[in-house]
Design a protein around this ligand. Structure first.
Ligand SMILES: O=C(O)C(=O)C[C@H](O)[C@H](O)COP(=O)(O)O
Length: 240
């Protein structure tokens, strides 16, 4: 599996690499991180968001960054300056938050890695656009209005691109991925808690394979997938 190069913002990179789903995990045991990441890569999803919700999260990110170079590992549930610093120090190559504050956005700006700050309203999306941030997480996607809500934002805010997460399932994902302002969808359904508890890596691989086969999200306006060259993942990360 070709590693996803981060020579552009996260959603653009995932879209260019035809990765439609960003797997989100809550890990209780850091020792599960490497086999999990390998199963995702084997299933065709070379990306992983480890939520900073457990004491194991930073060690999990560290392990994947060191041992699974084909997996682009990032941190989710980043809600503080400390979370930003700890995640980047552990090797997170992108950061995701459920919501946005000025303090958190300033820290994300300074982090040097691509970020997906969270929004759930038009006003929050406009506030991010005002800062020049065009890629954002839409959270909690299902509860906040689902595909219909994002479809309604595409008219007035065509430059904003979203990763809907929270309540997204294998069944609801296609409804989001068909929208012009969705780059990819995120969720825990690819590596759900019960499957992780069983350490059923074959099941993760098969869920990943099914997710990877979903039709991809829309590339950024003006960019066709075939025009994007895959560059080395060791290249310097761009600022957003
Ligand atoms: O905002 C964050 O950083 C989060 O960690 C939120 C998670 O992305 C969702 O809670 C995943 O939601 P489900 O796929 O419905 O389980």
């Amino acid at each position: 599996m070709t590693p996803v190069p981060l020579s552009q913002p996260l959603l653009a990179a995932l879209s260019s690499a035809a990765v439609p789903v960003l797997p989100v995990v809550v890990l209780e045991d850091a020792a599960d991180a490497v086999p999990l990441a390998r199963a995702l890569v084997a299933g065709g999803l070379p990306v992983l968001e480890v939520t900073l919700r457990t004491p194991a999260a930073l060690d999990a990110i560290r392990a994947v960054a060191a041992e699974v170079p084909d997996c682009l590992v990032g941190a989710g549930t980043v809600v503080s300056e400390r979370g930003v610093a700890d995640a980047v120090a552990a090797g997170a190559r992108f950061l995701v938050s459920p919501g946005s504050t000025r303090r958190l956005l300033d820290a994300m700006d300074d982090s040097g890695v691509p970020c997906l700050p969270g929004v759930s309203t038009a006003s929050e999306a406009v506030a991010l656009l005002e800062r020049g941030v065009r890629e954002m997480k839409f959270f909690p996607a299902g509860a906040a209005g689902g595909p219909a809500y994002l479809a309604a934002l595409a008219g007035p805010l065509p430059e904003a691109r979203f990763c809907p997460t929270g309540g997204v399932t294998a069944e609801s994902a296609p409804g989001y991925l068909g929208l012009p302002n969705v780059g990819c969808v995120g969720g825990t359904w690819v590596a759900p808690p019960a499957v992780l508890a069983d350490r059923d890596w074959a099941r993760v691989e098969s869920l990943a394979r099914a997710a990877a086969s979903l039709a991809g999200g829309a590339p950024p306006a003006g960019q066709r997938r075939c025009e994007v060259s895959l560059r080395s993942r060791t290249e310097a990360l761009p600022s957003r």
